[in-house]
Structure formats: structure tokens, C-alpha cells
Write a protein that binds this ligand. Sequence first.
Ligand SMILES: [Zn+2]
Length: 250
Amino acid sequence: MTEQNDFYAPERVLVVVAHADDIEFGMGGTVARWTDAGTQVTYCIVTDNSAGSNHPDTDLEELTQIRYQEQLAAAKVVGVEDVRFLGYPDGTLQHTLDLRRELTRLIRQIRPQIVATMDPTVVFSSTNDYINHPDHRAAGEAAVYAAFPSAESRPIFRELLSEGLEPHRVSKVYLNFSLQPTLHVDVSETWQRKADALLCHKSQVGEDVLKFIREWDERAGREAGFALAESFRVLSINRDDHAPDGAEGR
Ligand SMILES: [Zn+2]
């Protein structure tokens, strides 16, 4: 069932992805809609982004700092000030209990209604021309299992209780780059800001990338009757009593 006409802007959203630029490719327009509506959005970038160059002379520590700065600038374009970098080595990310604990800690600190991440079930693209980066899947899987069951279960990661972090129930998990989207967000009005944010990642992308991202978002838009859209598979795992009618995704 599709819930394409219900744009849900809660109080707080946490976005968890592997790399600087993952958010801008897939959900920058949606983030701009959230911040326009007054939602507090926090970004968590799990890796140090040091695999963003294949050049043998690249100083990888310097690259990490450049990419962190690019991410901060991109966040600012869509109204996000709170960006957390976890610094795991880029390219070899695993869904470990340490990572799941760190994300659980973050969820209990921020207490978001929505956790957005990349769909960890996608291994290959439907067009058979892309192997999903394993870091995307690892970050997505850790974020999903941090949202449920870890964040809401008192007995899991009991050490977090001694940090004063009580359990928190996440209402919805939004999975970006999914092959089974259930929600199309109209980003026609915010698309230019998405493009501007994407171009902040100067070490990774140039203007040429905008053409294919626009085609991508136009295709998603056609499925829902919008000029431009971003799509998500939405898991409604807990009822949010503050959500508007029809925004429960059932
Ligand atoms: Zn990536």
C-alpha cells in the first residue's frame, strides 16, 4: 500500500548513512522538507570517508577532513546543523555490536520519531548494473536493529542505562534506495537545494551528476504524480500518537 500523499514531519529525525554524500544523493529534498516544517534533523555519517579517492598520492587523513567539511556544508544547505561522524574505516564497514551500540546510544540521546537509513536488503540494483556498496548495507542494518529492538529494550546494552539513556521507541524507519518503496515524497519545491547540497561534495561529484539524479527523481515522481520525488520503504514499527491521521502507513 502506498502512502504517497502523506508527508509526515515529526519533531525529530535521525538519518544514519555510511558515507558523506549518501544523504544528498537519495534524500536531500526530503530533509529540506522536514527542516522547512520545523523538524530537527540529525545526520550520522558512520565511516571516515577515506576511501573516496583511488589516487595513490592522496593523503587519506586529509581527505577525511575535506569530506567532513563538505558534509557540514551540504547539511547547512538543507537546514541541518547537527552532524555526527563516527569515523569507522571507509570500505570495510561491518554491522558489529559496537556499531549497533553506538547507534542505539544516539537514538536514545536524540529520541527521534523517524530513523532514516539505506535499505540493507538491497544487494544488486534492479537494472543489474550496480552492486550495492557493502558499507551502505552494514550501516543500514545496524541502524535498523538499533531502532528495533535495541533502542526500546531496557535489557539490551544495559550499560547505556548507567549513562542515563532510557529506552526510546522509534515510530517509523524510512529506508532509502529501496526496491520496494511505499512512500514517494514530493521534492519538486526543494530539489534545487538538494542539488546545491550534493554539489558541496566537491571532492566526489561535479555538475554532470545532477543530470542523472534529476532523471532518477523524475522517474520516482512519475510513479506518484509529482514532478520530482524521492522514495522510501516505510516501516511503521510503533504508533506515534502525535502523527497526523493517515500518516501511520497502514
Ligand atoms: Zn555511499
